[in-house]
Design a protein around this ligand. Structure first.
Ligand code: TA6
Length: 312
């Protein structure tokens, strides 16, 4: 089974404004709607789009849970979250204007989790896992959970023998590195933060990677936005370049990419196929008005325009 774990899911309030979003001006809303927020949830939406059984878990505030559950079930995702009584699901705001030059993301902190609840979740969740499973922790926990707590949860999950994929940032990513997950997918900025190096180019990324002590991790994918992604695996380096698409909403493209990677690992794709597939899924996601989801047929056509370069 594949499990996506979102420790701090959200409902994204997506707001389109007319013209250019401007300070000090009355910006008019042309359209607004709610969508699935948080990162693991997006991975589950991609897998369900591909008719691949998966389970979406993590923590969720009791208040507002129904709305997020119905959004997930509309996308054929089975939500199995640990419910936090008397706390609310966080709301995030994704604002886009007519310049089509990317979204503004405004996020809430999210609910607190007591040590008892964390322990109960850890025991329940790890008792369900078998070595054949794939577990994806995507998105940071709420800032109210310490990196140490996050690290010990990951450690207990890794000890069950599953393939563990982590998409996190900052101190949470640093903690994840300590337990050597199967795969990490930092973006260029997060990789720079992790290695405490200034990274501005593909060459910088490769140089820093080759000097880093991250070799215990099977797959390291550094996403470079429109410049694509670099995969470091088994001593080889591959660079994948996405097709040019008309971006409607760039929110969730990284998560959709992770969803494509998880699907490819589950289906035992070659690393080359894994990269081109995930890149096509992410490109199709960019063309959607929502934060989550993609169109498989569209991704299939886009995949023909994906370029793969073997660097080493
Ligand atoms: O990656 C997109 C997204 O998951 C949005 O749906 C939005 O909810 C936000 O990122 C949440 O990010 P965070 O890092 O706060 O969990």
């Amino acid at each position: 089974m594949i499990y996506s774990v979102t420790l701090n899911p959200a409902i994204d309030r997506i707001i389109h404004v007319t013209d250019e979003l401007t300070r000090g001006k009355n910006n008019h809303i042309s359209e607004s709607y709610g969508d699935i927020g948080g990162k693991g949830t997006h991975v589950s939406v991609v897998l369900s789009c591909l008719d691949t059984p998966n389970r979406a878990t993590g923590f969720i505030g009791e208040n507002g849970k129904e709305e997020l559950y119905s959004l997930l079930m509309d996308r054929k995702v089975n939500p199995e979250f640990f419910v936090l009584p008397n706390r609310a699901v966080r709301q995030n705001y994704v604002i886009m204007d007519e310049t089509h030059s990317g979204s503004f993301m405004i996020t809430q902190t999210g609910p607190s989790i007591t040590p008892n609840e964390l322990e109960q979740f850890t025991t329940d969740f790890t008792s369900r896992l078998v070595p054949d499973d794939i577990v994806v922790f995507a998105g940071n926990p709420s800032r109210l959970m310490t990196p140490n707590d996050y690290g010990s949860l990951l450690k207990k999950v890794k000890e069950t023998g599953v393939r563990l994929i982590v998409d996190a940032s900052g101190d949470y990513l640093k903690k994840a590195i300590e337990i050597a997950p199967t795969l990490i997918k930092p973006n260029q900025y997060e990789f720079g933060e992790l290695t405490q190096k200034k990274i501005t180019s593909i060459e910088d990324t490769i140089e820093v990677m080759e000097k880093s002590n991250l070799s215990k991790i099977d797959y390291i994918i550094v996403s470079l936005g429109k410049k694509g992604s670099l995969l470091f695996h088994d001593g080889s380096i591959d660079h994948v370049i996405p097709p040019k698409v008309k971006t409607v909403n760039d929110t969730g493209c990284g998560d959709a990419f992770v969803g494509g990677i998880v699907y490819a690992l589950y289906k035992n794709f070659t690393v080359e196929d894994m990269l081109t597939f995930a890149t096509s899924v992410s490109a199709s996601k960019a063309m959607q008005p929502t934060s989550s989801g993609f169109v498989p047929e569209e991704a299939r056509l886009l995949r023909e325009q994906v370029t793969l370069e073997k660097i080493k």
